[in-house]
Design a protein around this ligand. Structure first.
Ligand code: TXA
Ligand code: MG
Length: 318
């Protein structure tokens, strides 16, 4: 069973030996391994049970280190990197051969991110290689936002989880690429569209396609709890389920129609950032609760509300 702790030397030791460990970031916890070591990268895919066609994000701690990994950095990509790193933004850049093909699933771009978490940044600074890290959940399940979530699901398969507390952003990074000319968002995430557009102007969004080869991780089966989740209202669900069998993922307010212990509120003040931070833990908690179905309310389509709604739509039962 994985040990949980804050020992950076221990984390470094495991990573240098080619092991994979749990790593905190501000978005969600990652399952981290040496991005330049194909054996370590293969271990990541195996532990996660992830198909090899779904590429990984490479994490580093400084823009100066990028030259070793990428061929060039378009001007707008550099502007975003300088403005938002460290932060919840992943940028797709043309890769150099030093990045194993397994990391990029054979694509000629590599996803790069500098995470904004003190432990992750310290760890990356102690290593002479970058870290490949997908979210530390079994493929298709909800991403982990605490070290405990990682240990619950992958603890038997990894030696260590670096415990950095609850993830402060709570949803995965926004992914942006430049191969289509202007900036294109392939996954809505923890960096809002509004903030990106304030720096580089109009940004296209392609994350809603159902078969998007640019970001296979955005397929509709993702981020799902084990119980069926519906984007329905409580009165609609009451037509087919008893009140005590219904769980509710609500934005701001409790429903009076079902038991209070079956409900999770994302933000009583209606704060979209707080809702993002609470989203995945609330989904997990309802998934573990004794109910048959989970209902979720869509949030306002603005700021992080867009990324939250995107996750809810993908989690919804088809
Ligand atoms: O916030 C995050 O991004 C977290 C933390 C740990 O950094 N990581 C994360 O990784 O969410 P993962 O593997 O769960 O999602 C990465 C997504 C996948 O959907 C993958 O398809 C996409 O990034 N991706 C990676 N490399 C890509 C590339 N070269 N081109 C297009 N999409 C890519
Ligand atoms: Mg993931």
């Amino acid at each position: 069973m994985a040990e949980l702790g804050t020992d950076l030397d221990k984390a470094k030791h495991f990573l240098e030996a080619g092991n994979v460990i749990g790593m905190p970031t501000e978005t969600v916890y990652g399952l981290a391994g040496n991005a330049l070591n194909p054996d370590a990268v293969l271990k990541i895919f195996t532990v996660k049970n992830r198909p090899s066609f779904d590429p990984l994000i490479v994490h580093t701690d400084s823009i100066d280190k990028l030259d070793a990994f990428v061929r060039d950095i378009p001007e707008k990509a550099r502007q975003l990197a300088e403005r938002f790193w460290p932060g919840p933004l992943t940028i797709l850049l043309s890769k150099k051969d030093i990045i194993p093909d397994l990391v990029s699933s054979g694509l000629d771009t590599v996803a790069i991110r500098i995470p904004n978490h003190p432990l992750a940044l310290k760890l990356l600074g102690m290593l002479d290689f970058p870290l490949a890290a997908p979210s530390a959940n079994p493929f298709g399940y909800i991403s982990p936002t605490t070290a405990g979530h990682v240990a619950e699901q992958l603890g038997e398969q990894i030696p260590y989880v670096l415990d950095g507390g609850s993830a402060q952003v709570g949803i995965e990074s926004t992914i942006v690429g430049f191969t289509e000319g202007g900036p294109v968002v392939y996954r809505l995430g923890g960096m809002s569209l509004e903030k990106l557009e304030a720096v580089v102007g109009k940004v296209a969004v392609r994350s809603h396609s159902t078969s998007n080869p640019k970001a296979p991780g955005m397929l509709s089966s993702h981020y799902a709890p084990r119980k069926p989740l519906f984007l329905k209202t409580v009165p609609e669900a009451l037509a087919s389920h008893k009140p005590e069998r219904i769980g509710l993922l609500a934005f701001e307010e409790l429903s009076r129609l079902i038991p209070v212990e079956n409900q999770q509120i994302l933000s009583v003040t209606g704060d979209l950032n707080e809702a993002a931070k609470n989203l995945f833990a609330a989904m997990r908690s309802l998934d573990a609760h004794d109910v048959d179905v989970i209902l979720a309310e869509l949030l306002p389509e603005t700021g992080l509300g867009r990324a939250i709604n995107d996750r809810l739509r993908r989690a919804a039962f088809k």
